[in-house]
Design a protein around this ligand. Structure first.
Ligand SMILES: [Zn+2]
Length: 494
């Protein structure tokens, strides 16, 4: 992974990401009627010039509306994507791809949408096993009466493996191809994720009090070092370090986290300015905002992702911008726990990269990124009293290329462009709910949901084909989760 390379250009931005040989005008929509003629013309040219034989590749996804999410936000109708091994080699019209490439395997898009896989920038994957355990409670009641006791009594490596299998199954089925996690026993999460073929940035949690996988923060840091070594050169897993929050760690541990992250060149993921109570703690104990306090410790580096960023001042946003920190926006969790509304338009205006996330399923209660996109678009229109706020194209960018920027992976994922990893999804667009379709971007945000995803591809490998997940045993995973739910219920007296 380029995370660990010397030549890695952190958040290089989106310049220079255009596909070769294609018109640059935004949102180019080409009529399908043009293609038979174009194809015939191309065949004639090939025959007359005796052009070289088509290049053999591993997979072609064709006959689809290709929403590239590239810098020009191009959309190709009757488009296609050629994939060889882990990489995208070409994105073009179906006719152009058909004439230049031959594939061992071809997926017919049937006129549906092909787009980059969604990037969920904040999860606690195994918490799917607490889905619906307790809802409609004040945050502290929810945490102290249900979540913390349940975690203390039930989180084991076995629980984490079962929960991650269920979470990864749900994510593959709803079009997420990369997720950013923070939890305990993160090495177990990494092994399950790798076996399922998904991509992830996985942060081992560091916290001041005893937790299921570490009695002290020192033990947590030692576990993190082992975790980083095990996955340092993995093609799918980026190991990271996840200090829980400024209010659950002392200054010395927060400084140690930054040192370890700099030494091993790994990302840092932290809950940041999530609630009013966090802001009050920072003010009382440090006479600063959470962002101001962490900055005074030298905590922020360019490989840092703050989850939530709900309570931010303009000065905080300046610091985030200056330090190159990304933000994960989690509208459903923030609404369900009544945490507040993150200043997403102001962050984006300041060019702080903002990705979208679901947060753990215990506060959402699912991992469907289509739902997150829709809720983000609606929430910010309501709060700003302006329906022009966060249009569909911007929300789609947050779920794809901006999310990639927020986690420093925009050179590898986040858009459909030659040279990037082949992480893409085919989204059905033919249901009653999606008919008629004037604008695929509008439908992706306002009318589609995770269940509409037909096929999910990560690193060039098909993980789900026509709704059948190929890398996981679905019935066994569901049965296992139901069994564990019985133990969880007993642990909290339900
Ligand atoms: Zn969280």
């Amino acid at each position: 992974m380029q995370w660990h390379g010397n030549n890695y250009n952190w958040r290089a931005g989106e310049a220079g990401n255009r596909l070769t040989g294609e018109p640059a005008n935004p949102r180019l929509i080409q009529s399908p009627l043009m293609f038979p003629r174009a194809a015939a013309l191309l065949v004639a040219v090939v025959l007359s010039q005796g052009q070289a034989a088509p290049r053999q590749v591993s997979l072609i996804v064709t006959n689809a509306t290709v929403v590239t999410m590239d810098a020009a936000s191009r959309v190709l109708t009757a488009g296609a994507v050629a994939i060889d091994g882990r990489d995208i080699v070409a994105v073009d019209t179906a006719a152009a791809i058909a004439s230049a490439y031959r594939a061992a395997d071809t997926i017919d898009g049937g006129g549906d949408v092909v787009m980059p896989g969604l990037i969920n920038t904040h999860t606690h994957a195994p918490m799917v096993l607490y889905r619906g355990l307790a809802d409609d409670l004040a945050l502290m009641d929810w945490l102290q009466k249900y979540i913390f006791p349940a975690e203390a009594k039930t989180v084991t490596p076995e629980f984490v493996r079962a929960g991650t299998r269920l979470a990864v199954l749900e994510m593959i089925r709803s079009g997420t191809t990369t997720y950013v996690d923070m939890y305990y026993f993160e090495e177990e999460i990494a092994r399950v994720t790798r076996a399922a073929g998904m991509r992830a940035v996985l942060g081992q949690t560091i916290i001041q009090f005893p937790v299921p996988d570490a009695k002290t923060p020192e033990e947590g840091l030692a576990r993190t070092e082992r975790f980083i070594r095990e996955f340092a050169s993995d093609p799918l897993i980026v190991p990271a370090i996840a200090p829980h929050a400024m209010y659950t760690l002392d200054a010395a541990t927060l400084r140690s986290v930054r040192q370890l992250a700099d030494r091993d060149r790994v990302p840092v993921i932290i809950h940041l300015a999530e609630t009013g109570s966090e802001v009050r703690t920072a003010a009382e104990q440090h006479k600063a905002t959470p962002v101001g306090y962490l900055d005074s410790l030298g905590f922020f580096g360019p490989r840092t992702l703050g989850a939530h960023g709900v309570h931010l001042t303009p000065a905080d946003i300046d610091i985030l911008k200056k330090r190159g920190v990304g933000i994960s926006h989690n509208p459903e969790s923030n609404m369900k726990l009544a945490s507040g509304t993150a200043p997403v338009p102001a962050l984006r205006q300041a060019q702080v990269p903002v990705g979208l996330g679901t947060d753990g399923a215990a506060s959402n209660n699912d991992l469907d990124m289509f739902e997150s996109m829709r809720q983000a678009a609606l929430l910010h229109k309501l709060v700003s009293n302006d329906p022009r706020t966060l249009p569909a194209a911007d929300v789609l960018a947050m779920a794809t290329r901006e999310g990639a920027r927020a986690i420093g992976m925009d050179r590898e994922i986040g858009s459909l462009e030659p040279g990037k990893r082949a992480d893409l999804i085919l989204v059905g667009m033919s249901s009653a709910r999606q008919t008629p379709m004037y604008d695929p971007l509008s439908h992706l945000v306002y009318a589609s949901r995770g269940d509409d995803v037909r096929t999910t591809i990560v690193n060039g490998k098909v993980l789900m084909r026509e709704r059948k997940v190929l890398t996981l045993q679905e019935p066994a995973i569901l049965a296992e989760a139901r069994k564990i739910a019985g133990q969880v219920g007993k642990a909290v007296g339900r």
